[in-house]
Design a protein around this ligand. Structure first.
Ligand code: FE
Length: 354
């Protein structure tokens, strides 16, 4: 029995080693991570852009601080950070949506950072009120419409999408998605729970189909004629437009971007952002890294990596994004999106938004 247990252990170890070796680069970073306080920045990120790697390299060259990157699916990395607790190797956690960062804060997995540089580079509403996370890129959640079927003069607000004239024409993803949760959380703040619920119920009534797929699938469905209107984050349309795949680029050209609620509460914005983890072992390096990412040199490239708006107002957006023009944003601190998240999920359930 003892022997077979040992044999089992050995073979499990072998499998583990093979698995780790099979991950290529992560094997290398894993070794360095093991030292914990290693004078590097140990980063968990859900971003996967070549531009990011180039920015990290610049940071390394300028500061001599190494950036060790674990890249993965956002929710899996969040679970991992939670599971690892104090033992985590992560100093910085980078992911999309203020709602996700607020979740980490609520779980006690982030910590407050005092930095003049971050306070100067990042507008107040795009960072946590307790300075536990910071927005680094900005996106808008807009109305995307079929250019051949919809006159943008007929568009106005998110609320107007619940009008009977859009029945069977609205495409939007599942309520399980954080982007929609944050959108509804913003409406709870701006219009109150009752109105937010009316909106959600009204959208469900006008859906072209049961929610499926991501934002980009809604945009593609508009072009395919399944509906006339989609709700999507801006960068997905920019990604289509800039695609090297001519079919995708063509899809991008067939839709228009409309910034809703310009006469009222403004268009919903959200961020990708980062937090210093609660159990960071390399605090100074982590803060320097965030400061660098918010700085003028990194901002344009960092935003462009995912076709987003820089948060640093001294930095210009890309040509594609500038071509859509300026718009009025919702004027709420994004911390609120986290605070209203649970209620938003409840409302979605109450109105049967799948
Ligand atoms: Fe996204």
């Amino acid at each position: 029995m003892k022997i077979s247990m040992k044999a089992l252990f050995v073979s499990l170890m072998t499998i583990t080693i093979i698995f780790i070796s099979g991950c290529g680069q992560s094997n290398e970073t894993k070794t360095e991570f093991a030292t914990g306080k290693n004078g590097a920045v140990n980063l968990y990120t859900s971003r996967h852009y070549d531009t990011d790697t180039a920015i990290y390299k610049k940071f390394e060259d300028q500061t001599g601080i190494k950036v060790n990157v674990v890249q993965g699916n956002g929710s899996e990395l969040m679970e991992r950070l939670e599971r690892e607790g104090e033992a985590t190797e992560a100093d910085v956690f980078l992911t999309s949506d203020a709602g996700n960062l607020a979740y980490l804060k609520e779980k006690g997995l982030t910590q407050s950072v005092t930095s003049e540089v971050l306070a100067t580079n990042i507008p107040e509403k795009l960072r946590d009120i307790d300075s536990e996370w910071f927005g680094l890129t900005k996106r808008a959640r807009v109305i995307v419409y079929a250019k051949d079927r919809v006159n943008p003069a007929d568009l106005s607000t998110y609320e107007a999408l619940t009008d009977a004239k859009w029945e069977g024409k609205v495409l939007i993803r599942s309520s399980e998605n954080i982007y929609n949760q944050s959108l509804l959380a913003s409406f709870i703040e701006l219009n109150g729970e009752e109105k937010a619920k009316e909106w959600a119920a009204g959208v469900v009534a006008n859906m072209a189909r049961e929610p499926k797929g991501g934002d980009i699938d809604q945009v593609k469905a508009v072009v395919a004629g399944e509906g006339d209107i989609a709700i999507s984050n801006t960068y997905y349309v920019a990604r289509l437009l800039n695609s090297t795949n001519p079919e995708d680029a063509k899809i991008g050209e067939q839709v228009g971007i409309f910034f809703p609620n310009q006469e009222t509460t403004g268009t919903h914005i959200n961020i990708s952002g980062a937090a210093v983890t609660k159990h960071a072992k390399n605090m100074d390096q982590a803060i320097k890294f965030l400061e660098f990412l918010s700085g003028e040199e990194a901002q344009a490239a960092f935003a462009e990596g995912n076709n987003e708006y820089p948060v640093n107002e001294a930095v210009e957006a890309s040509e594609t994004i500038k071509s859509w023009g300026e718009f009025k944003e919702q004027d709420i601190n994004l911390t609120i999106l986290g605070e209203n998240n649970a209620r938003a999920i409840q409302i979605f359930n109450e109105v049967g938004w799948k």
